[in-house]
Design a protein around this ligand. Sequence first.
Ligand SMILES: [Zn+2]
Length: 127
Amino acid sequence: MLPMLRERKTAVFGLVAGRHPLPVDKYIWTEEVQNPMDHKALYEHASNVIGNEWDEITVYVTGLTPCLLAVVDHCHWAGITLKVMQYDRNNDSYVESTLFVYDECPFCKGRIARNAWSYYCPKCGST
Ligand SMILES: [Zn+2]
């Protein structure tokens, strides 16, 4: 019998409201960012808004790099797969980059992190 797969919990956000129109109905920052150099404050904000309940979030970015770094930091820390959607003006579409993809190690069944090119199992060391 196949194991029952739990439905993946996902959410979609825009990074910062009021900069460019984005195909989202909620944003991580809804007001102007006061101090883009305060990484701790940005990280705490991203962490509070996003929370830990997701398996994967999609974030449409708007060009405020310190905010994106805070989101990346939170997703890494909380073990959330992060899909970053960047606008491609040449094609009037969004290009996806996915970070922090987790999988099951085929050797020891441990949780592994991987990207599109490789993976590493911290438990058994397989690559
Ligand atoms: Zn392993």
